[in-house]
Design a protein around this ligand. Structure first.
Ligand code: SER
Length: 320
């Protein structure tokens, strides 16, 4: 991996992945792909090349691949689960037609492709505790439908055309740089903003709802380690279960209260997000990722909570 195109570079994952790759591969061209209205700013804009690109525009993707001799494409353009329920046709269009246009360019030009899957690729029939790598995937949400189709289409291009597709199934991602927006696991980010600002948090997910979660630095490690892995060791490809922690809103609330004693939370459950959360795993088994490419997270719950509070206080310029 040397010259990389990140499609969706201004989103929650893309904004941090682009900067990590620019630091890790200073000799490469790390191109920040963005759509109109979500232009890169500040360090993201100044530290390397940026190109406007709609994920569905194969001709434009091919032009960027030629211009920068791109060898790897990170496809991070997606509508998250709650938004996808409101706009199912748009979610299908962006997720599926976008993926097809990237895979076609990759097939012609020999690029590797990473398109993340998610805990959203599972459904109510999936075993929820210790969810295995290979198991029932019958999601009920449009987000989940597109994620299962993404896994299948990515594997299809690998088996049929030899396109080097690899990916992970991300859990809820917790970060302080860029807000996620429109996901079911967003509460686990928003709760920190409320706590650090001294506001009450209104939680849209009910007590007792467990989901897998991960701190962003581990998610970036997963996204790069999988692409750098020795292909001869990979039994699976699209996509690997990866997790770092599992909690419900009560557990997270109490962890934050241990550090910010006056913090208050109440519940106002959103039925759409709650139904999605109920259908997702409580805790995934990520042993295949550990065995096949050495996956191991660094941040557990306590380390994550400490770092989120510290980084948000710095971000808001609060005195420490
Ligand atoms: N974080 C995503 C969501 O909640 C799941 O991958 O939609």
């Amino acid at each position: 991996m040397k010259n990389v195109l990140i499609i969706g570079s201004t989103g929650q994952i893309g904004s941090e992945l682009t900067m990590k790759l620019r630091n890790d591969i200073p000799e490469g061209s790390i191109v920040a792909g963005f759509i109109k209205g979500a232009e890169p700013k500040g360090e993201l804009l100044e530290s390397g090349p940026a190109e406007e690109v709609d994920v569905r525009d194969g001709a434009r993707i091919a032009w960027i691949v030629d211009r920068y001799r791109i060898d790897t494409i990170y496809n991070l353009a997606a509508l998250l689960s709650a938004v996808a329920e409101r706009k199912p046709l748009a979610a299908w269009d962006i997720q599926m037609n976008g993926l097809l246009s990237i895979l076609e360019v990759a097939r012609e030009k020999g690029c590797a492709v990473f398109t993340p899957s998610s805990i959203g690729s599972f459904g109510p029939l999936t075993p929820h505790d210790g969810t295995p790598q290979d198991t029932i995937q019958r999601p009920l949400s449009m987000y989940g439908v597109t994620k299962v189709a993404t896994e299948l289409l990515s594997d299809y291009y690998f088996h049929k055309y030899g396109v080097d597709t690899r990916a992970v199934r991300f859990p809820g991602l917790i970060s302080y740089e860029t807000l996620p927006g429109g996901g079911t696991t967003d509460y686990a980010v928003e709760i920190f903003y409320a706590a650090v600002k001294g506001e009450e948090f209104v939680c849209p997910i009910g007590a007792g709802t467990f989901m897998d979660m991960m701190y962003m630095s581990d998610a970036l490690k997963a996204a790069t380690d999988i692409m750098n892995a020795d292909p001869s060791r990979l039994v699976h490809r699209n996509a690997f279960n990866v997790t770092a922690m599992s909690f419900d809103p009560e557990i997270l609330y109490h962890k934050i209260r241990e550090r910010i004693p006056g913090f208050r939370m109440r519940y106002e459950v959103d039925p759409v997000r709650q139904a999605i959360a109920n259908s997702w795993p409580d805790r995934m088994d990520d042993s295949c990722a550990r065995e096949e490419w050495g996956w191991k997270p660094s941040f557990g719950l306590d380390e994550m909570v400490d770092d989120m509070i510290l980084k948000l206080r710095l971000k808001f310029g609060y005195k420490m």
